[in-house]
Design a protein around this ligand. Structure first.
Ligand code: DAT
Ligand code: MG
Length: 138
């Protein structure tokens, strides 16, 4: 069993895609062990995307991700880290495979609807950043 951090980004929430995305997660069979709607604090966003701090798009990325409510989700399931990344599709929606969330619901790299941890180290770090221990189901 693996745990991963998933997020519906502000564009997805604003566009009313939360139920559709949660339905896909449930149909896949992942267990939702943490779920909350929140506005991300700037410091949290900068820590979350720390690996990109030197990239030219970093400021825009932090503005975007803090610019409206997100839905933070802790997922559990077999191979959940790579599996959820697969359901999201490639970072650039133009290259995302048909049937993936980013192919189906996004047109631009900057606003690509969902986030998913890219490794077990990222998953542990990001789950710790967004959820207190008591907020996650055993
Ligand atoms: P992912 O979200 O697929 O893990 P990432 O970690 O490389 O992708 O980048 C984090 C987010 O930053 C990504 O979802 C969208 C944004 N981003 C990445 N590369 C970008 C670029 N070249 N221009 C604008 N935004 C970009
Ligand atoms: Mg990433």
């Amino acid at each position: 069993m693996e745990r991963t951090f998933a997020m519906i980004k502000p564009d997805g929430v604003r566009r009313g895609l939360t139920p559709e995305i949660l339905a896909r997660i449930q149909r896949k069979g992942y267990r939702v062990v943490g779920l909350k709607q929140m506005v991300i604090a700037r410091e949290t966003a900068e820590a979350h995307y720390g690996e990109h701090s030197e990239r030219p798009f970093f400021g825009e990325l932090v503005d975007f991700i803090t610019g409206g409510p997100v839905v933070a989700i802790a997922l559990e399931g077999e191979n959940a880290i790579a599996g959820w990344r697969g359901m999201m599709g490639a970072t650039n929606p133009a290259s995302a495979a048909p049937g993936t969330i980013r192919a189906d619901f996004a047109t631009t790299m900057g606003e690509n609807v969902t986030h998913g941890s890219d490794s077990s180290e990222s998953a542990a770090r990001e789950l710790g950043l967004f959820f207190a221990e008591g907020e996650l189901l055993a």
